[in-house]
Design a protein around this ligand. Structure first.
Ligand code: SDX
Length: 429
């Protein structure tokens, strides 16, 4: 990294800090010695201007609406490849050769079954448990079953744990869905591709042959690709922070799932569809636009806005195209929620408030309509996001563990609480 310097004056004392240049994107000021040199901390709640790490995996240009995975545009990966090709790229840094792809597919496919005893976890949950609650519990419990891949200092165990996570997440997600709907679990089938296998495990029943629709399987592959990784978002940062203490990868991924669940993050796809339901008809859109603009109303347009994208989320455009493909394949002519979504997008994009605040549809805006058309209940939407994002979490976790400069993450604070004072016995309070 080429260097220049930045000067900071604190209490009349000038301090120089290295400015580090990446391959593309903003430079960073290395302030690691700030507290030692100047006795002060930086302050950046929500990390709006803070780079938490150096990474080579994903690059986002929020102003231009660009998303690259190891340099490859998301549009090209979604158009040409399948999800396991993107997984290989994120993990190893290069697109696989034919032989490498076949070997990777074989290795992932032969890790898709879960330990049979894991099925007992599900019966411990209430039938109406939210599938994301089940995912947090069952994925965290994987460290109780796969002891032979929890030693993070062993590169072989790290790779086995990575493959196990990528391979088993669809199986566990499908089991969470089957438990949710009261149907028997369906085992993975090795002759099916990643997305087709997942659809089969979700929608097949023992009473009849289930044929996976190839158009829907392709759409599912593309939806997984779109959700695979996204730089240092909240859940990825959670996984990195959990991993920085040396916690095992299964526990770190469970932490990422918990963070993703929030409606401001991965939970927005479920919240966006619920919002479209609440709006109910096109003529009520202005009322909700006004609410979204009202500072005293906590309501926000779910599926709109983004911390980084101040332009169209490139994934949202591909998601919208996939949505139309799925609806037409299923012969769904006029989907009322799609009509409301498209009219809501049209109005919002012409409204001064959204233009001024650069609020555009994000990946969660159209994904809910698509997933509902594929047959998933809204409670499963964030589970699908978690299935896809597991490879991103794992790739970022692996990059952090393999960084020789890696150390435990431990932020400081601006303390504004009580100054030191003496204990008062209860009789005197
Ligand atoms: C994901 O980080 C990632 O990369 C995440 C993700 C990934 O792939 O990992 O891309 C996936 O999480 C996508 C985002 C899904 N969330 C939603 O769709 C929920 C609705 N969106 C918002 O809650 C919000 O836009 C966030 C949380 C996404 C971003 O919030 P920021 O960056 O903290 O921005 P902000 O809250 O400071 O908003 C800036 C202004 C505010 O107004 P002012 O206080 O400046 O007057 O824009 C307003 C906000 O009130 N605003 C919205 C809005 N989003 C922001 N107003 C109405 N509706 C919205 N959706």
């Amino acid at each position: 990294m080429t260097k220049s310097t930045a000067k900071l004056e604190v209490g009349g004392q000038a301090h120089d800090f290295d400015v580090l240049k990446g391959s593309i994107g903003p430079d960073v000021v290395n302030i690691a010695s700030l507290y030692k040199d100047a006795g002060i901390f930086t302050y950046d709640p929500g990390f709006t201007s803070t780079a938490s790490c150096e990474s080579k995996i994903t690059y986002i240009d929020g102003d231009e609406g660009i998303l690259l995975h190891r340099g490859y545009p998301i549009e090209q990966l979604a158009e040409h490849g399948d999800f396991l090709e993107t997984c290989y790229l994120l993990l190893y840094g290069e697109l696989p050769t034919k032989a490498q792809k076949q070997d990777f597919d074989y290795r992932v496919t032969h890790h898709t079954m879960v330990h049979e005893q894991m099925t007992r976890f599900f019966t411990g949950f209430r039938r109406d448990a939210h599938p994301m609650a089940v995912m947090c519990g069952v994925v965290g419990a994987m460290s109780a079953f796969y002891h032979d891949s929890t030693d993070i200092s062993d590169p072989h165990q790290r790779m086995v744990a990575s493959l196990r996570m990528i391979a088993k997440m669809p199986t566990i997600a499908a089991m969470a869905y089957k438990y949710h709907v009261g149907q028997p679990f369906v085992y993975p089938k090795n002759e099916l591709g990643y997305a087709a296998n997942f659809l089969h495990m979700c929608f097949a029943v023992p009473c009849e042959e289930y044929k996976v629709n190839p158009v829907l399987a392709r759409a599912m592959e593309r939806i997984f690709i779109l959700h695979a990784d996204h730089e240092q978002n909240a859940s990825t940062s959670t996984v990195r922070l959990a991993g920085s203490s040396g916690a095992n990868p299964f526990a770190c991924i469970a932490a990422g799932i918990a963070c993703l669940w929030g409606p401001a993050h991965g939970g927005a796809n479920e919240a966006a569809l619920n919002m479209l339901d609440e709006i109910g008809s096109v003529d009520r859109i202005p009322e909700f636009i006004d609410r979204a603009k009202d500072k005293n109303d906590p309501f926000r347009l779910m599926g709109f806005g983004h911390r980084v994208y101040k332009n169209y989320d490139p994934r949202a455009k591909i998601m919208e195209k996939t949505c139309h493909e799925v609806l037409s394949e299923l012969g769904i002519k006029d989907d009322p929620q799609l009509d409301i979504a498209m009219e809501l997008e049209r109005i919002a994009l012409t409204d001064e408030y959204f233009i001024e605040k650069k609020l555009y549809p994000n990946i969660d805006f159209y994904s809910g309509i698509t997933l509902k058309a594929l047959g998933f209940p809204t409670t499963m939407f964030t589970v699908l996001f978690a299935v896809a994002r597991t490879v991103g979490w794992i790739a970022q976790w692996k990059e952090m563990i393999e960084d020789p400069k890696q150390k435990i993450g431990r932020p400081r604070q601006l303390y504004t609480g009580a100054e030191q004072r003496d204990y008062v016995p209860i009789a005197k309070r």
